[in-house]
Design a protein around this ligand. Structure first.
Ligand code: ZN
Length: 600
């Protein structure tokens, strides 16, 4: 079967598989159902004891699963509706109402996880033995046993967080979301959002690239010292809670445990990546030659090397993505096509719809929802493959419970990134236009830089900034440390411009979710290594790969990967990902540069 005979058109999605509407009797019923279920669950509190019968215990876990299932359906409706129509006040109100309701539900059921963590190991082991697919979810919760406080203390932290850490990051968002950026394009002064401004960072005109970055950091820099203080406040809060109260050995360890990745694995990942900084420096030198520059400026990192303006009709793009999946493994394409058939894909660009792209998997057995803003560029086709990859990841794992079905963060980008690579491979195979081929290859290395090395250096900075702040450093000290970090990352290959000293205050992740960013590097390097195995082994590789995906979140990432013969403790494994990038760079180095310059 070929997907190219089918026709797909740009359209909004339907949420009818969740609820007919926010004010429908079904929605009202779901809120009531949830309240009743939680009340029933609360009445079980006296039954919780170390001697509880395993069958009764399992029954409680199932009740908890049902509570979460109903809550997720309501929450998903709110999120999806708001994403599709962010200016709609009814949608905004519904999100706020849902959030508040869910926070209440969370507090009412908190006693269960606290009790579970308080059990002695032998009692917990007895109960986990017969917990079937819930085992890993239960096991993972207990990882936090040594770091959990008493119920009143946990509640105080929850309450104080709403006006502390959360309020600080909310202020950061409110302040920075108001920023307006000015740039002159073709003699016309434009006032833009950050997203719209950063389109010029990838422009073929070098002056516009420079202007975009200068304006970005002019605006952030004006508030630099206050944004820096806000960062230091969140860092101190993190330290007080995670190290001071919860007794984690280092600030990053709290995140590592949440990801269920041992500290030593993260250290190896960061160290191997750091050793490979010269590989990307070599790529930047190559890029400078293509651009006819003596030395690349920091402004030119994402510069296009050709003015290829190839676009794809949406229907063609959908068919290309599904065909490339089909070419890899037919069953996978059939799963992905369910997203189209269920009308769960919002593809068109629309006023009031949120930007970017995402995939939301609500519960096992229900086809996920995907949002993209399709504009026909090659990267839009790649994004479609990426999000459909997420969708099929959760569909492959739908045999698992609600608690063990979703891949944990380090594995969450596996199918999506792999899907993109399958697509790009297929495009390269079929594309005869040399400009387009070269552009695809360059873009792959650009993306690898952005998701691996750049994120690793952010993580290294975070580690240092947490340390320095707790030792009494000022914002100015952090600025200097950040410039040193950039110097190490780029070496002599890239000319650094001074305004980049404010780059770190413009990265929301380091405020919102400390130490989140290394997960990007983890995911991308993992996929590159997997892809290398696929190229070497062909068919023999597929069952192993599909097994990783269908495991979902039912075990520790290290164990899921060990089953597939991957040892994340070994430096060689991580180096394997960089070897794929080196191969790509060598392919690009083999193309004569001269031929290219005539075309610019
Ligand atoms: Zn993704």
């Amino acid at each position: 079967m070929s997907f190219s005979n089918l026709s797909y058109s740009l359209a909004p999605w339907s949420l009818a598989d969740l609820f007919p509407g926010h004010d429908s009797p079904e929605m009202k019923g779901a809120f009531e159902d949830l309240d009743t279920r939680v009340a029933g669950f609360e009445s079980n509190r006296p039954r919780l004891s170390a001697e509880i019968d395993p069958g009764d215990f399992l029954e409680l876990v199932r009740q908890m699963e049902e509570i979460n299932r109903v809550a997720r359906r309501i929450g998903a409706f709110a999120t999806l509706w708001f994403s599709a129509d962010t200016q709609n006040q009814a949608a905004q109100n519904f999100v706020a109402r849902t959030d508040q309701f869910m926070a209440g539900i969370q507090n009412r059921t908190l006693f269960f996880s606290l009790w579970w963590k308080s059990l002695e190991d032998e009692d917990a082991a007895r109960l986990m033995e017969s917990a079937g697919d819930f085992r890993y979810w239960l096991e993972e919760m207990r990882h936090f046993k040594p770091h959990t406080l008493s119920e009143p203390e946990e509640k105080v932290i929850n309450i104080k967080d709403t006006t502390g850490f959360n309020a600080m990051t909310m202020l950061y968002d409110t302040l920075t979301n108001r920023y307006v950026f000015k740039i002159e394009v073709d003699g016309e002064e434009k006032e833009l959002t950050r997203d719209a401004l950063m389109v010029y960072a990838r422009h073929h005109n070098p002056d516009l690239r420079a202007a975009a970055y200068q304006e970005l950091y002019r605006v952030y820099g004006e508030d630099g010292s206050i944004l820096g203080q806000m960062y230091q406040t969140t860092v101190r809060d993190w330290h007080n809670e995670q190290v001071g109260l919860r007794k984690f050995s280092e600030p990053i360890s709290a995140r590592n445990l949440a990801n269920d990745i041992p500290d030593e694995v993260v250290n190896t990942l960061l160290e191997v990546s750091r050793r490979n900084a010269p590989l990307f420096q070599r790529f930047f030198q190559l890029k400078a030659r293509w651009l006819g520059l003596e030395r690349l400026r920091r402004y030119d990192i994402y510069a296009p090397v050709a003015k290829s303006e190839k676009t794809y009709e949406y229907s063609q793009a959908a068919a290309m993505v599904l065909d490339s999946f089909q070419h890899f493994e037919p069953g996978v394409a059939d799963l992905a096509s369910r997203v189209f058939e269920a009308n769960h894909l919002d593809s068109e660009v629309r006023k009031g719809k949120r930007g970017g792209a995402f995939c939301l998997s609500v519960e096992p057995g229900v086809t996920p929802w995907v949002l993209v803003n399709y504009q026909g560029r090659p990267e839009d086709v790649a994004t479609l493959a990426h999000e459909l990859g997420h969708a099929l990841h959760s569909m492959l794992a739908e045999e698992h419970s609600l608690f063990t079905w979703h891949a944990s963060l380090p594995l969450a980008e596996t199918a999506s990134t792999f899907g993109e690579m399958v697509l790009v491979d297929r495009l390269l195979e079929e594309e005869s236009d040399e400009d387009v081929r070269r552009d695809l290859l360059f873009r792959q290395v650009d993306d690898a830089y952005a998701t691996i090395l750049r994120q690793v250096y952010f993580a290294l900075f975070e580690r240092q900034a947490h340390q320095m702040t707790n030792d009494g450093a000022s914002v100015e000290d952090l600025v200097n440390a950040y410039m040193e970090n950039l110097k190490e990352q780029f070496g002599d290959a890239v000319e650094l411009n001074d305004e980049f000293r404010w780059e770190w205050v413009s990265i929301p992740h380091i405020y919102h979710v400390p130490f989140y960013v290394y997960a990007y590097a983890f995911g991308q390097l993992l996929v590159l290594s997997l892809y290398k195995q696929f190229q070497a082994e062909g068919e023999a590789f597929k069952p192993r790969y599909l097994k990783i995906l269908s495991a979902g979140g039912s075990d520790a990432p290290a164990r899921i990967l060990a089953e597939a013969g991957i040892d994340i403790y070994s430096a060689e494994f991580w180096q394997g990902g960089f070897d794929v990038i080196r191969d790509l760079i060598e392919q690009l180095e083999a193309i004569p540069v001269k031929q290219m310059q005539a075309e610019i």
